[in-house]
Design a protein around this ligand. Structure first.
Ligand SMILES: [Zn+2]
Length: 87
């Protein structure tokens, strides 16, 4: 058997993004998620979006609430066009 570190599938990785951003993962799980991000451009794009969104909201949260369409706008800026395309 060729045993590298066990890799996560995309669903499993995506489930960990928020914990990773909050530094709530064990080192082993964090390594596995980061490994997946290196191997998977799709998940990397999603993760970078989540990270940017979290940072943006954290900054904004002090003064004003994030508008409902904020995610859409950030998605547009990051040019992740796969998710939303209504109107
Ligand atoms: Zn993936």
């Amino acid at each position: 058997m060729n045993s590298k570190r066990p890799t996560l599938d995309c669903q499993e990785a995506a489930r960990r993004f928020h914990e990773l951003l909050d530094n709530e993962l064990t080192p082993d799980v964090e390594a596995a998620v980061r490994q997946h991000l290196e191997d998977c451009a799709d998940c990397m794009a999603v993760f970078e979006f989540e990270e940017a969104f979290k940072r943006f909201v954290a900054l904004r949260a002090r003064s004003t609430e994030a508008p409902a369409d904020l995610k859409q706008r950030i998605l547009g800026q990051l040019d992740i066009s796969s998710a939303a395309h209504d109107e």
